[in-house]
Ligand binder design. Structure first.
Ligand code: NDP
Length: 256
């Protein structure tokens, strides 16, 4: 029987922020499709628990404790993955934070913290994996945007800037590295039920109801909703797909 275009057997993935929420939803999909997965986060116990879960389900996984705002940590996560699994074929830049304050209240150090975590971290990571992917003859970069890559957010200016920036950064990667057979794409999650948005629901009055009312699918997403797109963008099924941004949002971004 022909191999499935979604098969990831023998491939190696690094998922930043893979110890919970959307990152873990994607990591589960990648592992189920056959990839070995490095789970990266600051919380060692949480990352180990996620890696153990993937291993118990029959996958190959390990945890690396790293802060993605540290260039050295990011280089270390790539080195540790190469040592353990032999390569890095798939990079998912998913780690992210939000600080919810309107533009006139936000402090400059809060701006830097969000931009460094959500955007500069991706620069460190793609620069660390590029030589590995180039030498291997190709690779897949999956960056995580947001509905705020498309829309403004009065309560999250730094977050929106980081998520808009990641889309343009990804388009540039796609153009620069197509000759190396590296595809780079962005996933734009809609409103997904995770720790991040549980905070948002507490901090932004009426958010829960507004999301439900606007989403044609009439529900919040769950991390498992992101597994399929991760496998698609990590696999040969997407070899002619690069520089794009795919909403996974139950129709939120097309609703009037
Ligand atoms: P969670 O808060 O559940 O997860 C965030 C993850 O990022 C955790 O695994 C956390 O691990 C990790 N992380 C945060 N800061 C760092 C850091 N400095 N170094 C390493 N890891 C870090 O959030 P979500 O799953 O909701 O979000 C994941 C991504 O999806 C983010 O980029 C977010 O912006 C994006 N997104 C989420 C949406 C949603 O509705 N939930 C919608 C659109 C986009 P640890 O604490 O162990 O470091």
């Amino acid at each position: 029987m022909a191999t499935s275009p979604f098969d990831l057997s023998g491939k190696v993935a690094v998922v930043t922020g893979g110890n919970g929420g959307i990152g873990l939803g994607m990591a589960r999909g990648l592992a189920a499709a056959g990839a070995a997965v490095t789970i990266v986060g600051r919380n060692e116990a949480k990352s180990k628990a996620a890696a153990d879960e993937l291993t118990a389900a029959g996958g190959r996984a390990m945890a690396v404790t790293a802060d993605v705002t540290s260039k050295d940590d990011v280089a270390g996560m790539v080195e540790a993955t190469k040592r353990a699994f032999g390569s890095v074929d798939i990079l998912v830049n998913n780690a992210g934070i939000n600080i919810r304050k309107p533009p006139h209240v936000m402090a400059l150090d809060e701006w830097h913290q969000v931009i460094e975590t959500n955007l500069t971290s991706a620069v460190y990571a793609v620069q660390a994996v590029y030589p590995v992917m180039k030498a291997a003859g190709g690779g897949k970069i999956i960056n995580i945007g947001s509905m705020m890559s498309i829309f403004g957010a009065s309560f999250a200016p730094a977050y929106a800037a980081s998520k808009g920036g990641i889309v343009q950064f990804t388009k540039s990667l796609a153009c620069a590295w197509a000759p190396d057979n590296i595809q780079a794409n962005v996933v734009l999650p809609g409103w997904i039920d995770t720790e991040l948005t549980q905070d948002a629901r507490e901090q932004v009055e009426g958010l829960h109801e507004r999301v439900l009312a606007r989403t044609p699918a009439a529900r919040w997403g769950v991390p498992a909703d992101l597994a399929g797109v991760a496998v698609f963008l990590a696999s040969s099924a997407s070899d002619f797909v690069t520089g794009t941004a795919i909403p996974i949002d139950g129709g939120y971004s097309v609703a009037g």
